[in-house]
Design a protein around this ligand. Sequence first.
Ligand code: ADP
Length: 541
Amino acid sequence: MTQSTVLAKWLNPEVADRISVLGTIYLMEEHPATLRALTEQRPLVVQAADPGSDPADRQSAQLYGWTSRLNVPLVTRGRTVGYVEVRESRCERLFTEEEVRLCQTIATDAATAIEHARLFQAEQEQRAFAEALEEAAAVVSATLNLDQVLDRILQQVARVVPGDAFNVMLIEEGKARVVRWRGYERWGGEDKIAGLSMPISAYPILAEMVQTGRPVIVKDTAQDSRWVPTDNWLWLKCYVSAPILVTGETVGFLNVDGAQPDQFGPADAQRLEAFAHHAAIAIENARLFRDALHQTDELQIALARLEQADQLKNQFIQNVSHELRQPLALIRGYAELLAAGEMGRLTSEQRGPIDIITRRARMLGDLVQDITLILEAEAHRPSQEPVAFDTLARAAVEDFQVITQQIGLTLEADIASDCPPVVGEASYLRRVLDNLVGNALKFTPQGGTVTVRLWPEEGQVYLQVSDTGIGIPPRHLPRIFERFYQVDGSARRRYGGVGLGLALVKEIIESFAGTVSVESKMGEGSTFTVTLPVYQEGGQD
Ligand code: ADP
């Protein structure tokens, strides 16, 4: 080709009314032939001398000194992405068909190459965005330090949104306060941005985001009526922001400032929205964490109070049982002396009441002992010594024989003679026996049988106390070992007791690494089974 000038021009796909050549913007209305070539998507030759050509084109010919001009649009997949312009300025002539065809072939190849380059660039940008977003997500789940998370989010935003300064604002009492920022030192604005607080009602853009929950782009701060200009921020020429939404409510903004107009497009707003979503998660996490800490503090205070109350209660019970023990022992002693006739013969009228006094004094004594033991066991671990459980069991059965007969029951024993000692402390294990046998007798109607069995098996000693009594309803079984739990807790209940006996049994047995369980059938009876580890010389496993 012999022409003197060739220009390749890019079309900005977002701005249809201008084209730019090396940074110079050309307005389409000044180049009607170009506009036609672009819209009709075919090559077009304009001749300056042609009286039928548009005056604007003739003016351009004069200005740039061309005689004829060939406009070839760059079209790929039906989209015009730019154009090539060939100008003849040395002689009056038309471009030949051959030249036009050649130019069009080149233009088609160029258009495809441009499209590929664009796609490649778009893919690169998309990948960078995905990476940045992934890093933001990772930091959100890695730390609960909100400042740190927001700083890292801003860092990632700066990678993929082409801005000059970035900040996060949080809303407090109707004001948006800048809490984290980056990039302001370049604009001498660092001291101005720190702690900047803006009443939302005074800033239409912020108010708009609160209302719509959608991002906002200000292409040119000098042109946008929503923008409120401030002397401190004259360098700021464009702006994009996304609201930070927590459960649908705007709690802050993610802002990006630009020093040139027109830096941001819808894609940037969309990206900011994605980062704002991560910021929202971080803010919500931080809030939940703060609440949880607060609750923990409150719980700790409540726990401390409870512990104090518990201590006072224990102290009180200990004092009361201590005060009761001695008078009770005296009452019981004298009652037994009286019952035995040691203090003079009893008349038949006196015998009944004296027996009642003796029995009730014994019951009260047992109760006081249970309370004392349960508090003691709680305060310090009982010693772990070898205890001949079989001897203890025989003694207990013997002690209960008299009362058993008095109430019309049978007490049977099947206690192995070669039983090894168990781990425990004799006074505690005796209470276990007394409570289990005592309960069995208490809850078995006249004519029934209570059986105490004891045998060694695989490193354990088993104690079983069975009765043919009233049984325990299944729904109560899981709870009868709780302190103060009674199957019949009503004021009109038939059986005495305060619900401490089984709790004491369980706490004692478990403190010696043993177990206790129960099986029961209503109307047929109950069986309580205790296991205790056999005592090992030189320490327990
Ligand atoms: P209490 O002082 O009321 O006997 P315990 O802790 O010893 O308290 O027993 C808790 C509850 O378990 C009793 O109130 C009773 O309802 C039930 N219970 C315990 N042993 C037996 C048993 N052998 N037969 C039937 N019910 C029993």
